[in-house]
Write a protein that binds this ligand. Structure first.
Ligand code: 5GP
Ligand code: MN
Length: 345
């Protein structure tokens, strides 16, 4: 679906009467959240708007190269600075999330703010908390949606290398580098266009993927070693324990993507990764085929996300969480007749 005309006219109307705009995204912002926020803010500044990016909390260092990063306000670290900007805001633009609670520590302040909201997002089951909502779960990423929005708004001439690379970063990371089923012809067409404005895929890839700390390797080694393989259920659980995180200094972003390693095992259709985080257990889920991890995370782990990529939280201990996850219905439990696990498809 291209940008719905009703969204476009409503967004245009709201933008025309707002000068000070806050651009925001979800807790633990990822490449898509940061790429879309920084690209959207830059596009709005080209329209003469005062756009400020306020994010709930810290994000991984391998996203700090995105143009505009220095001006990002992290609410958790500078709540008063963020509140001063929010007080002046005439419009908020919410990117890459479908429910206000996903903004974490920002939720209360955003809730109280009496200004119109615009949402652009590709998660399923959006809550209706905005005056203008552009929601499409078939889109690869919010960055792809911001690209389509920019074209629909007549902003094509502002798509330069910096904005393009911000958008490319989100599209590339949210599609698992163009491997997930969310990668559509339109996705590649958008990327092809971004390449013509100067985007350098090798530079972006290197900045995102070749900046690992040695600790990440050690953590990955532990997580892989801790593998709980549920072969006949076509599922695997990877985890890091409290002890692992005490022994190996951990930084935000170090575990990004660990969950994907589970899916690279032959025959595995569901991969879970969990680790202790702020007194709870943070969980990530990825699936192949027709196993819906959005539903799985919603039903069992207070979470959600996409059909094949979701996250959640557990209030049990790590061991109990792993046990719980290991006992739930998995792809192998559901398919009565197992498929040939080694056959190429
Ligand atoms: P990740 O596993 O990379 O943290 O998240 C995968 C997807 O699930 C992302 O699209 C993210 O927005 C969503 N997600 C992650 N954690 C949560 C959560 O706790 N609640 C909900 N509703 N979605 C989540
Ligand atoms: Mn996204």
């Amino acid at each position: 679906m291209s940008v719905p005309p009703s969204f476009l006219s409503q967004a245009q109307h709201l933008l025309s009467s707002a000068q000070k705009i806050v651009v925001t995204n979800h807790l633990n912002p990822d490449g898509d959240a940061m790429g879309s926020a920084l690209a959207a803010a830059a596009l709005l500044r080209h329209q003469g708007k005062e756009a400020t990016v306020i994010v709930p909390n810290r994000y991984a260092a391998n996203l700090h190269w995105i143009k505009g990063n220095e001006e990002v306000i992290r609410f958790e670290e500078s709540p008063e600075k963020a509140r001063a900007i929010l007080r002046e805001a005439q419009l908020t633009l919410h990117l890459d999330y479908n429910a206000l609670y996903r903004s974490g520590p920002l939720e209360e302040d955003l809730q109280k703010l009496e200004v119109p909201r615009i949402v652009i997002d590709h998660h399923r089951q959006p809550e209706h908390f905005a005056e203008a909502l552009y929601s499409d779960h078939e889109m690869s990423s919010t960055c792809e949606m911001v690209y389509h929005w920019a074209l629909a708004m007549g902003w094509e001439r502002y798509l330069d290398r910096d904005i393009g690379e911000a958008l490319y970063a989100g599209i590339a990371t949210d599609t698992g580098n163009f491997r997930f089923s969310s990668t559509r012809p339109k996705t590649h067409q958008a990327v092809a266009h971004l390449l013509t404005v100067g985007v350098r895929p090798h530079v972006v890839a290197s900045r995102i993927y070749d900046s690992n700390r040695p600790e990440r390797f050690k953590l990955l080694g532990r997580a892989l070693d801790n593998m709980r393989l549920l072969e006949n259920r076509h599922a695997v659980i990877l985890y890091l324990s409290e002890k692992d995180l005490m022994e190996i200094p951990f930084e935000k972003g170090d575990t990004e993507g660990f969950v994907n390693y589970g899916l690279s095992l032959a025959g595995i259709e569901l991969s879970a990764f969990c680790y202790p985080w702020e007194g709870r257990v943070k969980m990530s889920f990825r699936s192949k085929s027709d196993f819906d991890v959005n539903q799985f995370a919603r039903q069992n782990f207070q979470g959600g996300g996409h059909f094949n990529a979701a996250g959640g939280i557990s209030d049990l201990s790590l061991d109990e969480t792993v046990e719980k996850a290991a006992g739930l219905d998995a792809p192998g439990t559901i398919h009565a007749v197992p498929t040939d696990l080694t056959a190429p498809n």
